[in-house]
Design a protein around this ligand. Sequence first.
Ligand SMILES: [Zn+2]
Length: 113
Amino acid sequence: MSRTIRVYFCERSRRSLKVTTIGIVVALLASGFAFEWAKGLYLYLALGVAICGVAVMYGGMLYLDRSRCPKCSTRIGFRVNQYRLVRLPGRYGRVMDACPKCSSSFDEAMPSQ
Ligand SMILES: [Zn+2]
């Protein structure tokens, strides 16, 4: 079974969500620790970890944002995030079915690199 373009974007979207969530959790835990218990050196250490968490969060979002169409290599990651990729029963919203630039369907197989 060959991977479709839709599966490719779903995988990137899921990976991005995972990394972004980890970043948010790390940032919240570290800043909570910093402001509640940390003193002296540990305060700076905890704030450093919190800043790293925020950086990881932005990295996760940027990863999806930089996703390109595998056919015409236009950056369409931000659109993938705005629209739903999979039609779900009982949920509304527009579903993205094709690349807006080259209009190749997301149900086509991934072109081999
Ligand atoms: Zn395209």
